[in-house]
Ligand binder design. Structure first.
Ligand SMILES: O=C(O)CCC(=O)C(=O)O
Ligand SMILES: [Fe+2]
Length: 326
C-alpha cells in the first residue's frame, strides 16, 4: 500500500506546498516498483516506511553514536584515522568544506568495524556487533529498493543495480553525523549550515535520523529548499550520482543539505548508509536504457575514477557534469 504519496509534477511553484513521496514497502510489488521509479525521476528522494528494519536496531545505533559523541574531544580524536575515515570535526571531505557538525565515517564492512571499534567504544565487541547488524539490515533494504527499481524500469536484469552493492569489495560506508546545538554564535546568521549542499556520489543512500529537524532537499526547477520532517522510524532514500549516470540522467541525484542545529535542547543525529560499487566497477547506462532519441549522456567511468574526482572538488560542485559527453 502507498501512503500519502502525492507526487507532484516536477515543476514547483514558489511557496507551493510540497509533499515528499512516502512509499510503504509492504505494498503491491508492481505498484511499489512504479512509485519508486516515479519518485526517482521527479525528486531523486523519497521516504520508505514498513521497510522491515526493527526500530530497536536503529535506536541502538543512535544510542551508540551519542555515547561516542558525548565523550571529551581528546578521546574522540583518538578515532581520527587515515583521511577520509574516522572522526572529523567541522571539516568535511578533503577540499575545504566546513559545517557545524562532527562525524564518524566508517567503511561498512565487518573487518573495518571490528578493527576500529576499540578506538570508538569502551565496549568494542558490543559496538561492532551492533554496527554490523545495522549495516546488514540497512544494506538489505537498499538492495530491496534497488531490485524494485530495476523491476519498475523494466528491460534490464532485476539485479542490475543490486549486484554492485553485494560484491566482496563493494564500497559501502556508514556516516554518523552529530549536529550539536549551536544557537549562540548564530544570532545574526539566518541560515547556518551543518552540512553544505551536495549530491551523494554513490548509487543509493539510506538516511535515518533522530527526531530533530535539519535535512533539506532541493526540489524542482525552482530549486526551492524543502525542509524534511524527521521520522525516526523511516529511511529517507537519496538517489546518488552513479544511479543518475546508470539511468542516463533519467533519475535525479537530488541536491540536499543539513542546516546547523539551532534547537536549544536536543542534538541532531543522522545515520547515513552509502551504497557504492567496487572500485573497478565500470559505471555506464545499460544499452537497453539508452533510447534512440536520448543518446548516452555520460561517458563510462569507474567508481575509483569518480571517487577521486569527487574528493578533488568542493562538495557543492556538480561533480558528475565532468563526465558528460558533449
Ligand atoms: O545529516 C543529514 O541530514 C545529511 C547528511 C548528508 O547529506 C551526508 O552525510 O551525505
Ligand atoms: Fe548527503
Amino acid at each position: 500500500m502507498v501512503v500519502a504519496t502525492q507526487i507532484n509534477p516536477i515543476h514547483v511553484e514558489k511557496n507551493q506546498e510540497m509533499t515528499i513521496p512516502t512509499i510503504d514497502l509492504t505494498g503491491d510489488e508492481s505498484k511499489v516498483s512504479k512509485l519508486i521509479v516515479k519518485a526517482c525521476e521527479e525528486y531523486g528522494f523519497f521516504k520508505v516506511i514498513n521497510h522491515g528494519v526493527d526500530y530497536h536496531i536503529i535506536k541502538t545505533i543512535e544510542n551508540e553514536s551519542f555515547e561516542f559523541f558525548n565523550k571529551p574531544l581528546v578521546e574522540k580524536q583518538r578515532a581520527e584515522l587515515a583521511k577520509p575515515f574516522g572522526y572529523g570535526n567541522k571539516n568535511i571531505g578533503l577540499s575545504g568544506d566546513t559545517g557545524e557538525l562532527e562525524y564518524l565515517l566508517l567503511q561498512a564492512n565487518q573487518d573495518f568495524i571490528d578493527n576500529t571499534s576499540m578506538l570508538i567504544s569502551n565496549d568494542p565487541s558490543s559496538f561492532s556487533c551492533r554496527v554490523n547488524s545495522y549495516v546488514k539490515a540497512v544494506k538489505g533494504v537498499a538492495c530491496n529498493i534497488l531490485e524494485l527499481m530495476a523491476k519498475g524500469i523494466g528491460g534490464v536484469p532485476h539485479s542490475v543495480f543490486t549486484t554492485l552493492l553485494t560484491e566482496d569489495d563493494s564500497d559501502l560506508l556508514l556516516r554518523l553525523n552529530h549536529y550539536p546545538c549551536v544557537t549562540h554564535p548564530f544570532q545574526h546568521d539566518a541560515n547556518p549550515i551543518g552540512f553544505g549542499e551536495h549530491s551523494d556520489p554513490q548509487i543509493l543512500t539510506l538516511l535515518a535520523s533522530n527526531g530533530v529537524p535539519g535535512l533539506q532537499v532541493s526540489l524542482g526547477d525552482s530549486r526551492q529548499w524543502l525542509p524534511v520532517t524527521p521520522d525516526p522510524r523511516a529511511f529517507f532514500v537519496i538517489v546518488g550520482d552513479l544511479l543518475k549516470a546508470m539511468t542516463n540522467g533519467r533519475f535525479i541525484s537530488v541536491r540536499h543539505r543539513a542546516m546547523a542545529n539551532t534547537s536549544t535542547t536536543e542534538s541532531r543525529l543522522s545515520m547515513v548508509f552509502f551504497g557504492g560499487p567496487p572500485p573497478h566497477a565500470t559505471i555506464t547506462c545499460p544499452p537497453k536504457l539508452v533510447k534512440r532519441n536520448t543518446p548516452l549522456v555520460y561517458k563510462p567511468f569507474t567508481w575509483a575514477e569518480y571517487k577521486s574526482h569527487t574528493y578533488a572538488h568542493r562538495l557543492g560542485e556538480a561533480r558528475l557534469d565532468h563526465f558528460k559527453l558533449s
